[in-house]
Ligand binder design. Structure first.
Ligand code: AMP
Length: 146
């Protein structure tokens, strides 16, 4: 069965372009729709969830910056129209899985650094997304110094 709807997860670094290119190639060869998502991790999460100050202004700035970065990151992919680009607040694994169910995706494409040793123990987004994923996951190997 060819894939029908592919979700591409990106951290908006240049390193992620091969992930998008591979996903779009798979989408083209299977006649699938493609969507792209970037998850913004809320400031409170980065500080351990317990911050005695109002972060709403900072979070708005964080969101605005991410929207600009998303626009410039996706400028070279006219195949991804604005309704196929998602910017979501939250924890990457949780939000990617939620979007997969909401959008009826059947493949998630992420980048993988092929970590080992301590870095592997600490985990990676690719590993995290794989656990409990409601569909197939393709991990595109990223070059070390891409
Ligand atoms: P990392 O484990 O952080 O090195 O990220 C590996 C891959 O996970 C990246 O190449 C992206 O495909 C995906 N990823 C990482 N962070 C995010 C994020 N905030 N939103 C969406 N995808 C992400």
């Amino acid at each position: 069965m060819p894939y029908q709807h592919i979700l591409i997860a990106v951290d908006l670094t240049d390193e992620c372009h091969p992930v998008v290119q591979r996903a779009l190639a798979v989408a083209a060869s299977s006649g699938a729709r493609a969507s792209l998502v970037h998850i913004i991790e809320p400031m409170a999460m980065a500080f351990g969830g317990d911050v005695p100050m109002d972060l709403s202004l900072l979070q708005q700035q964080q969101f605005d910056q991410a929207r600009e970065r998303l626009e410039s990151f996706t400028a070279q992919y006219p195949q991804l129209s604005s309704d196929q680009r998602h910017l979501v607040y939250g924890q990457p694994r949780q939000e990617i899985h939620r979007l997969v169910s909401e959008q009826g995706c059947d493949l998630i494409v992420v980048g993988s650094h092929g970590r080992h040793g301590l870095a592997l123990l600490l985990g990676s987004t690719a590993n995290d997304v794989l656990h409990g994923a409601p569909c197939d996951v393709l991990a595109v190997r990223l070059k070390k110094h891409a």
